[in-house]
Write a protein that binds this ligand. Structure first.
Ligand SMILES: NC(=O)c1ccc[n+]([C@@H]2O[C@H](COP(=O)([O-])OP(=O)(O)OC[C@H]3O[C@@H](n4cnc5c(N)ncnc54)[C@H](O)[C@@H]3O)[C@@H](O)[C@H]2O)c1
Length: 317
């Protein structure tokens, strides 16, 4: 595998920072571009070059001039479904205009490939058949899913117009260490954070909503594989296993020792009742298969958040 210079946008965020670690472990040169709107500079691998900037800014041309990335791994995004419903203009501005700024620079500076973190959870809406595969019709039910789908279309257009290679990875619900327990997305971390504080979690969709969950190191592994495989392909990175919010709640309550009851509320605007996606094309095209099952992944996630809380408490004392 040849060594590349890879620009990871959103590399200070939850998933992006794990992807950065995986690239660096394999000896690639990594440049992280992140505006820290939700990312954390402490998550950025010390061997990466870190540049704090907005993907929409004209100034990011300097990064392309100086580093001439071979590959862009695009993770920077507005990721909150509810925010996208409340403020679709902001969602489109970051997700669509930001991606277009990167695509224009990729063409101008002869970047060879873009790997895009899209969403299997929000692109398909409520499919007629489950699990959704890559032939299922994209019918998003929120602006976030629509902006991600739109970026997919732009990437394919730039591939036709400018021969820019691409792999689109549609993620399921990703979970694991570094996901923000105070964030608006990431149910596993949110439940864990609340339960460890003895606070009551809310189960939207009254506990019946279901999703599929893949541990973050498996997602990082798929990004690594996509450096050399899957050009011109769109692949779902699903586990193919649906898990209800209630089941998730029960597993996390066991791990955290939480004994309280959950509050049950209806789904919020933009959220679908149930979605899960396959991973069979990813296995065929990338040779990818998730390695960490939900029980083990949740154990690692709870241990990480518990440790972070203990560190915070000891610095407060
Ligand atoms: N977490 C999931 O379950 C999931 C599911 C499907 C798709 N995705 C996609 O994966 C990617 C990473 O998501 P995440 O969960 O790690 O979220 P995250 O919020 O932890 O990471 C996003 C990063 O992008 C940065 N960012 C946001 N706007 C920016 C801008 N305008 N310019 C520069 N940097 C900016 C943030 O500071 C943050 O570090 C996103 O593209 C998201 O849509 C995530």
């Amino acid at each position: 595998m040849s060594k590349r210079t890879i620009l990871v946008t959103g590399g200070a965020g939850f998933i992006g920072s794990h992807v950065v670690d995986a690239f660096i472990e394999k000896g690639h040169t990594v440049v992280v571009l992140d505006d820290l709107s939700s990312g954390d500079p402490d998550f950025v691998n010390e061997q990466a070059i870190f540049i704090e900037a907005d993907i929409r800014s004209p100034q990011i041309e300097e990064i392309f001039q100086k580093h001439k990335p071979d590959v862009i791994s695009h993770h920077a995004s507005q990721i909150d479904v509810r925010k996208s419903v409340d403020d679709p203009l902001y969602d489109a501005d970051v997700n669509i205009r930001g991606a277009l700024n990167l695509l224009e620079l990729a063409v101008a500076y002869k970047t060879k490939k873009i790997i895009f973190s899209s969403t299997g959870g929000a692109i398909y809406g409520t499919p007629e058949e489950l699990p959704a595969d890559e032939d299922s019709l994209p019918r998003p039910e929120c602006p976030y899913g629509t902006s991600k789908f739109c970026v997919e279309q732009y990437i394919m257009l730039y591939s036709r117009m400018h021969k820019l290679a691409y792999t689109i990875l549609r993620y399921p619900n990703v979970y694991g260490p570094r996901q923000n327990p105070q964030g608006e997305a990431g149910v596993c971390s949110i439940f864990t954070g609340l339960m460890l504080d003895g606070r009551q979690p809310t189960l939207y969709g009254k506990g019946k909503a279901f999703r599929d969950y893949v541990y973050v190191s498996d997602i990082a592994a798929a990004n690594l594989l996509a450096l050399d495989k899957g050009s011109g392909e769109t692949v779902n990175l699903g586990s193919g296993i649906p898990v209800t919010v209630k089941e998730l709640y029960t597993q996390i309550a066991k791990l955290t020792g939480y004994k309280g009851r959950a509050s049950l509320k209806p789904l919020r605007r933009g959220e679908v009742e149930g979605i899960y996606i396959t991973g069979s094309k990813a296995e065929r095209v990338l040779g990818w298969k998730p390695q960490i099952n939900l029980a083990d992944g949740l154990e690692k996630t709870v241990a990480f958040i518990r440790e972070e809380k203990e560190k915070e408490e000891s610095t407060e004392e």
